[in-house]
Design a protein around this ligand. Structure first.
Ligand code: BG6
Length: 312
């Protein structure tokens, strides 16, 4: 086995769709479907799944895969295009010769994907672009996604987009989950026509449907799974907003590709750029990064200021 194939395996997934598996020496892994450029699995060294994928997810175009990390581009949420844009239900390609990253990395488990304008998409979004997505599994099991989006229009036109890494985390029991780092921030409530509110009180907990876009959020957010005593740490760069979503029971039942009880075991926390869309002139490039890691919950106990605990 060559060094590369030890870390990066190309194979077929559900319904014969192309899939890439990233592996690290300690046994951590991640799986990526070229359909949607979507991470559908992220496991720690004990082979425990850390991402949620719906028990009824449909791995078949044109439906987007319900779960994992969905790429929302060039539109987050509702608007002129279908909800969350088209990147999530397009076939991405392997990018064999990506432009170099400014920082040199010794990581071996990574894959570069690319999405470009198709003739079909030009009719609904008349812009030429190169969307490069690098997905890396670090030696400690951290999962990093870096998006580089370049305007390659030849007609001199700028384009504008919104974006999210629609990340479905697997949680043991949603009623025992707490999110730290978003308290006291302003948010747009998707359940109230994006009206603006200010979050009150302590860390965020869950007892009903939630669909909020938190604005100007810190670069680190902690998601504590009390049952399992583990904490997801989401770090981000270039993505000021953070979406928090759980459909709860009624909406869960209304979604054909979502199990009735699935809502108990998932929470979406999504590094995003929604409130202030990004505009790129021809030749300009935007970069947005999300990094996920897991630490024991004792590491960032609720007694501590999460910003201090997370900076350890
Ligand atoms: C979330 C949005 O990111 O995605 C919600 O905030 C939306 O409003 C949810 O319902 C799921 O969207 P979809 O299109 O995948 O059903």
């Amino acid at each position: 086995m060559s060094e590369d194939s030890k870390y990066v395996e190309h194979c077929k997934g559900i319904n014969g769709l192309d899939k890439v598996i990233l592996r690290e020496v300690r046994g951590c892994s991640a799986e990526i479907y070229l359909y949607g450029g979507q991470v559908t699995s992220w496991k720690n060294e004990h082979r425990e799944e850390l991402l949620f994928v719906s028990s009824k997810a449909i791995f078949k175009p044109p439906k987007a895969i319900r779960g994992g990390i969905t790429i929302c581009f060039p539109q987050f949420g509702s608007g002129a295009l279908d909800r969350h844009g088209f990147a999530r239900n397009r076939f991405w390609s392997i990018d064999n010769d990506p432009p170099p990253f400014p920082t040199n990395t010794t990581n071996k488990a990574f894959i570069d994907l690319i999405l470009k304008q198709s003739e079909e998409d030009a009719k609904i979004w008349p812009h030429r672009y190169e969307f490069r997505l690098r997905i890396t599994l670090g030696p400690g099991g951290d999962l990093m996604l870096t998006s580089r989006i370049r305007n390659t229009n030849t007609d001199g036109k700028s384009f504008t987009f919104t974006f999210a890494y629609h990340t479905h985390l697997y949680v043991t029991d949603i009623s025992e989950v707490r999110v730290e780092g978003l308290e006291t921030l302003d948010y747009l409530d998707n359940l109230k026509d994006r009206e603006r509110f200010t979050e009150q009180g302590d860390a965020i907990t869950f007892e009903s449907e939630v669909d909020k876009i938190y604005l100007s959020t810190p670069t680190k957010i902690a998601i504590l799974d009390h049952e399992r005593k583990r904490t997801f740490v989401l770090r981000k760069d270039g993505l000021p907003d953070a979406v928090v979503w759980n459909p709860w029971d009624k909406k869960a039942k209304a979604m054909p590709d979502f199990g009735d009880d699935d809502y108990m075991h998932m929470l979406c926390v999504e590094a995003a750029c929604v409130e202030k869309p990004i505009t790129l002139k021809p030749g300009e490039e935007w970069k947005g990064r999300q990094e996920l890691s897991v630490v024991p919950s004792s590491y960032c106990s609720g007694q501590l200021d999460p910003r201090r605990a997370l900076s350890v």
